[in-house]
Write a protein that binds this ligand. Sequence first.
Ligand code: G
Ligand code: G
Ligand code: NA
Ligand code: MN
Length: 256
Amino acid sequence: IDIEVGLRKALREHSLSLSYQPKVDCHGTLQGLEALVRWQSTELGTVSPAEFIPVAENSGMVHDITLQVIEMVTSQVKNWQGKGIPVRPVAINLSAIDLSIPNLVQEVVSRTDQLDLSVDLLEFEITETALMVNGETGLDNLNKLKELGFRISIDDFGSGYSSLSKIAYMPVYAIKIDREFVQDVPGDSRREKIIHGILSLAHSLDLSIVAEGVENAQQLEFLRTNGCHLFQGYFFHRPLDITGTEKLLATQSEQT
Ligand code: G
Ligand code: G
Ligand code: NA
Ligand code: MN
């Protein structure tokens, strides 16, 4: 059994699950979560999304994964609300293929409407590469999502070929600086300069800035003093399972 066959089965059986990685402000206070898909296969063991998402994209399955992820997130948020646990916005990763689906917005809205969820509890992350390969339909979908009140972030910023000058015309509220840049600061003066450049342009465009892959206090200090707003990474939290996420949501509410 290979990844494609196994994944098809997992989708049929609805056996994918989610981890949630926190996004925090510079005080470490929880501001949001990113949903990360997980697959524990009986035949193949744990398979990383870095491995199976590309296979899913090439075999027509990635949009079904996305729809199942949306359903898991919305029902989880509803579940937390039902238990009186204060929730934070949850970001869902979209692939380029999702953006090319003309019906995408309706599919999202039908799932949030069904559970009577507020739009500001869901966000979408799109890699800059996905943003650039999508034409009319992609931009149309993003504009509609934004008009409805969903926030959109550009994931892995700096790793592709886009530029902030293009993103300035996109319905985007935040950029996430790719881990690759974060890992070499402070110290690598070229990377420091790239981050300075990204941040100053992002500030002037009023974009919110999230740093990915923050692993130590030095990185945090550099990013914070240069105007990053939110942080994600092992220094604060690894991706958490549902129990861990729930505990964190509960303790954060005690502090506020
Ligand atoms: O969680 P992890 O570090 O293993 O993720 C590896 C890669 O898989 C990352 O690039 C992440 O963005 C991507 N990924 C995780 N969950 C999803 C998802 O639900 N949909 C898509 N399209 N990509 C995801
Ligand atoms: O491409 P994307 O940014 O969505 O990737 C998310 C992945 O990055 C997750 O699978 C998560 O496990 C991983 N990740 C999150 N924080 C860190 C970190 O601080 N260091 C490293 N090396 N990986 C991280
Ligand atoms: Na990312
Ligand atoms: Mn992401």
